[in-house]
Every structure is written in structure tokens, then in C-alpha cells.
Ligand binder design. Structure first.
Ligand code: HEC
Length: 149
């Protein structure tokens, strides 16, 4: 019984540890950010077209709203440059966890508001809410991502 219990706990712990420590966290993070980047560009392209398609914007808003809540959990300790020299994650993520959490909340709130605005179809509101999402990306990158040349 005791052995079975230990085995059960081990089985439960192993995937979590592998996720936190393995190189896959970098790929998962990269893929999630890339998906958000594509959704942002796809939306911006609609506004630039002069004849935005609300269905396309709604689909992008759904991608953003689904991806945003995943970001906070994708930065376990030890997954900065120490685990992958190519990572642009700054140590501030782990030094200022409350600030990082606030930046994540801003993203989640902004993507929710954006998705809600697309449901109304009011294009002025949609564009304003889209701008706020972009602001939330920039806000976090300024403090927590290595500056890009
Ligand atoms: C709470 C902080 C935070 C928010 C909010 C955030 N990012 Fe990032 N982003 C990062 C960090 C940190 C990295 C660097 C990750 C790494 O290199 O390990 C990054 C990297 C990226 C990358 C490069 C991915 C790669 O691996 O090459 C893209 C693209 C990106 N973010 C897009 C976005 C977009 C679009 C948004 C808003 C919709 C956004 N991010 C919001 C923190 C954030």
C-alpha cells in the first residue's frame, strides 16, 4: 500500500517536473508567443485593409484570449538564459514576481476585453480594445524581455 502510494505520487510529479525543467518549456513558450504575434498581425492587417472583416478579427481575438492565460505559468524558475542562452527572458521575471504577475494580468484582462468588444461589432471599440492588447504586450516586454536592437 505504501509502495503504491509512493508510486502514485511519483507518477503525478514526474510530468510537472519534466515540464518545468525540460527544454520543451522554451518551445511551448515560443509557440504560444508566436501564436499571439500572428493574431496581432492578422488583426492589424484587417484594420490596415480599410475594410476590416469582423469574423477574422473575432478568430484572432479568440486565439489571444486562449493564449494569454498560459503565459504566467510558462516561466518556472530556472528557465531564463541559464537554461537556454537564446532566451530573452530577463531575471526581473523571478526577481519581481508581483510586477510580472501584474503584467500578466494586464494581458489577460486586455485580451478578454478585446474579445468582448469583437462580440459587439462596434469597430471603434474593437480598435480601441485591440490597442490596449498591444499596450499590454509592450508593457511586459519593456520590463521583462531583453531589449531588441
Ligand atoms: C507578462 C509578460 C509578457 C507579456 C504580457 C507578453 N510577452 Fe511576449 N515575451 C515575454 C518574454 C519574457 C519573452 C521572451 C521569452 C524567451 O525568450 O524566453 C517574450 C517573447 C515574445 C516573442 C518572441 C518569441 C520567441 O521565442 O521568439 C513574441 C513574438 C512575443 N513575445 C509576442 C507577444 C505578444 C504579441 C504579446 C501580447 C499579445 C506578448 N508577447 C505579451 C513576455 C511577455
Amino acid at each position: 500500500m505504501k509502495l503504491a502510494h509512493t508510486a502514485l505520487i511519483a507518477a503525478l510529479l514526474v510530468p510537472a517536473v519534466a515540464f518545468a525543467a525540460g527544454p520543451n518549456i522554451y518551445k511551448a513558450r515560443h509557440d504560444n508567443f508566436e501564436a499571439m504575434g500572428r493574431a496581432m498581425k492578422g488583426t492589424a492587417d484587417q484594420f490596415k485593409s480599410g475594410n476590416p472583416d469582423i469574423a477574422v478579427i473575432r478568430a484572432n481575438a479568440a486565439v489571444l484570449a486562449a493564449a494569454a492565460p498560459k503565459v504566467a505559468g510558462m516561466f518556472p524558475k530556472g528557465t531564463g538564459v541559464e537554461g537556454n542562452p537564446k532566451s530573452e527572458a530577463l531575471p526581473a521575471i523571478w526577481q519581481k514576481p508581483a510586477d510580472f504577475a501584474a503584467a500578466n494580468k494586464r494581458l489577460v484582462d486586455a485580451t478578454k476585453a478585446f474579445q468582448a468588444a469583437t462580440a459587439t461589432g462596434d469597430m471603434t471599440a474593437v480598435q480601441g480594445a485591440f490597442g490596449a492588447v498591444g499596450g499590454s504586450c509592450k508593457n511586459c516586454h519593456e520590463s521583462f524581455r531583453k531589449p531588441r536592437a
